[in-house]
Design a protein around this ligand. Structure first.
Ligand SMILES: CC(C)(COP(=O)(O)OP(=O)(O)OC[C@H]1O[C@@H](n2cnc3c(N)ncnc32)[C@H](O)[C@@H]1OP(=O)(O)O)[C@@H](O)C(=O)NCCC(=O)NCCS
Length: 164
C-alpha cells in the first residue's frame, strides 16, 4: 500500500496518545490494561507536553491523509527518565501502528526515516524499551538495536546511528 511519512505537528498529539496506548504490550494470554495506564507518570512522560526541544514525531499516512501509525523520539534526563533511558543525549523511541495495518512494512518505513532524521539532527544513538516476547523485537534487531540491559522484564536496546 502507498503510504507517506510526514512530520507530526502539535495538532497530532492526540494521535500520539492513541499510539502510546497501542504500544502497550501484553502477551496473547493476558488482557490489555485500561487506557488509564498511559496516564501513569512514566508512561505519560513519552508524550506529555509534546513539543519540547529534541522532540520529533513522524506519522505514516495513507493517500487520503488518514493516520496509520507513528514513531517518535524524545530526550529525558536523570530526573525525568523513563523506561528505555540510557543518558540525556540519547532519545528514547516509541512506536505503534494501528492494529489493522501491522505487518505491512509501515513500521519499517517509519524506523528507517526516524533513524535518518535523528542522525541528521546530530543524535549518535537511539534507545528503546521492549518486552523480549513482543514480536517487535525482531524488527528492532533488524534495524540495528542491540540489548544493553534489563529493566524488570523489559530489555533496554540501543541503535548506533553511525552504523546505518
Ligand atoms: C511494532 C510495530 C510498530 C511494527 O510495525 P509494522 O508495520 O507492523 O512492522 P513491519 O510490517 O514493517 O515489520 C514487520 C515486523 O514488525 C513486527 N510485528 C509485526 N506484527 C506485529 C504485531 N502485531 N505486534 C508487534 N510487532 C509486530 C515483527 O517484528 C515483524 O517482523 P517479522 O515479520 O520478522 O515477524 C507494530 O507491529 C505495532 O504497532 N505493534 C504493536 C505495538 C508495539 O508493540 N509497539 C512497540 C512497543 S516497544
Amino acid at each position: 500500500m502507498t503510504i507517506k511519512v510526514i512530520e507530526a505537528t502539535k495538532d497530532d498529539v492526540h494521535f500520539l496518545w492513541d499510539m502510546l496506548y497501542e504500544a502497550v504490550y501484553v502477551d496473547e494470554h493476558s488482557e490489555k490494561p485500561p487506557r488509564s495506564i498511559i496516564e501513569t507518570p512514566k508512561m505519560a512522560s513519552y508524550v506529555k507536553d509534546w513539543g519540547r526541544h529534541g522532540d520529533l514525531a513522524l506519522l505514516a499516512v495513507d493517500s487520503n491523509g488518514n493516520k496509520l501509525g507513528a514513531v517518535w523520539i524524545r530526550l529525558f534526563d536523570d530526573l525525568s527518565k523513563t523506561y528505555g533511558y540510557i543518558d540525556e543525549e540519547t532519545p528514547i523511541l516509541s512506536m505503534a501502528i494501528l492494529p489493522q495495518f501491522r505487518g505491512k512494512g509501515i513500521g519499517s518505513e517509519l524506523l528507517k526515516e526516524i533513524k535518518s532524521q535523528a542522525a541528521s539532527k546530530g543524535f549518535l544513538r537511539i534507545s528503546l524499551s521492549v518486552d523480549p516476547s513482543n514480536p517487535a523485537l525482531r524488527l528492532y534487531e533488524r534495524f540495528g538495536f542491540k540489548k544493553t540491559g534489563i529493566d524488570g522484564t523489559s530489555w533496554d536496546m540501543v541503535a548506533e546511528l553511525g552504523e546505518q
